[in-house]
Design a protein around this ligand. Structure first.
Ligand code: FCA
Length: 345
């Protein structure tokens, strides 16, 4: 299946499957489909939770934790996967028509911020953006929309520092090594992460001339694979690669492209972001070039955002305008312990 087809069809299929076990259908709406919570709903309050990529474990975790809040607090959670702008806009109408009072959203397109905000206002829905902050017409963050996001630059810096430490541990010479930056600069949180990683590595004395940025066209594993494949064609002589990107998918795509070129795992240090999407990789019997990930806090992004919204619509308790969350490095050796502690495994 080609990439476009995958992006359009897979979420629909997945959500239709979810809808089949839930109480509400909605598979007649293309990639928009909704599922309602199993429990709760006692308060009669409905809250929407829209995510840009329901196939990504990160977003599945957000939904799982948001559902916990719904079950505990007794409201109905309406989950909507919106992989494109039209679907995201339609999701707001759909929620309003169902009588929802608020929506938590990670939009597939941050430039839609003003349009999404206007639509939410028009429909009397309270709005909280999560992960990807809305942009205004000048490309500046829309600070008037309440937001929960990661401290992207600091998390990126943790990636850069960990790359430098692991490079040192492996005794790599700088002249044999390159930094592969899988970039997605149109998304602010992505740019901040990869810039932060690069900055921290440069601060350790790594030369700027050995930093190679390669843009991914789509924010998924195939998009990163394609971007890194081009980079490797351009630089066939580099022996060791450090890899950073916006999330685990970006680094997984890079690692797969390197494996395809017979670059050994021992010559690759990839460090992702999310952690939730790295579990299958860490479970492989042999280590791969995917060395580690900065584990974020999906519980805070799912449970807390949904709970904040519930309190806002029921008690008038306005959430903070901006909340930043942090992360912690996990590797093959530590992920099980750390993720168990955080209720993620
Ligand atoms: C963005 C990324 C996700 C996740 C989230 C916190 O939305 O695309 O993978 O990292 O930020």
């Amino acid at each position: 299946m080609n990439r476009l087809a995958k992006r359009l069809i897979v979420p629909t299929v997945l959500l239709c499957a979810l809808a089949a076990v839930g109480t509400v259908g909605g598979c007649d709406r293309g990639s928009t489909a909704t599922t309602q919570g199993t429990g709760g709903g006692g308060s009669g309050v409905k809250i929407g939770f829209v995510v840009k990529d329901p196939t990504e474990p990160w977003f599945q975790n957000e939904w799982k934790f948001a559902q916990q809040a719904a079950d505990e607090m007794g409201f109905t959670l309406v989950k909507i996967g919106a992989t494109d702008g039209n679907t995201a806009m339609a999701a707001i109408d759909n929620l309003a028509a169902q009588g929802a009072k608020g929506v938590v959203i990670c939009t597939p397109d941050t430039k839609l911020g003003p349009a999404l905000k206007a639509k939410a206002d028009e429909n009397g829905l309270k709005l909280l953006s999560v992960d990807d902050q809305f942009m205004d017409a000048d490309g500046k963050p829309m600070t008037e929309v309440h937001h929960v996001g990661i401290s992207a630059r600091n998390i990126g810096k943790s990636v850069g520092t960990a790359l430098a430490e692991q490079m040192k541990a492996r005794g790599w010479a700088t002249q044999d090594t390159g930094l592969c930056v899988v970039s997605f600069d149109e998304l602010e949180t992505a740019r901040e992460r990869t810039d932060g990683a690069t900055e921290a590595l440069l601060a350790t004395g790594f030369p700027k001339a050995r930093v190679f940025k390669t843009p991914q066209k789509t924010n998924d594993v195939p998009g990163a694979y394609a971007a890194v494949d081009i980079l490797l064609t351009q630089h066939p002589k580099i022996k060791n690669w450090l890899v950073c990107g916006l999330n685990d998918n970006a680094v997984l795509g890079a690692v797969r492209a390197m494996e395809q070129r017979q670059i050994k795992a021992a010559n690759v240090i990839g460090i992702g972001i999310n952690g939730t999407d790295a579990v299958d990789e860490f479970r492989k019997p042999e280590p791969t070039g995917f060395y580690g990930s900065i584990l974020l806090t999906p519980r805070r992004h799912g449970y807390e955002t949904a709970a904040m919204m519930y309190k806002w619509v029921t008690e008038g308790k306005e959430p903070p305008k901006i909340t930043y969350t942090d992360g912690i490095l996990i590797t093959r050796d530590t992920y099980e312990k750390v993720m168990k502690e955080q209720g993620l495994l």
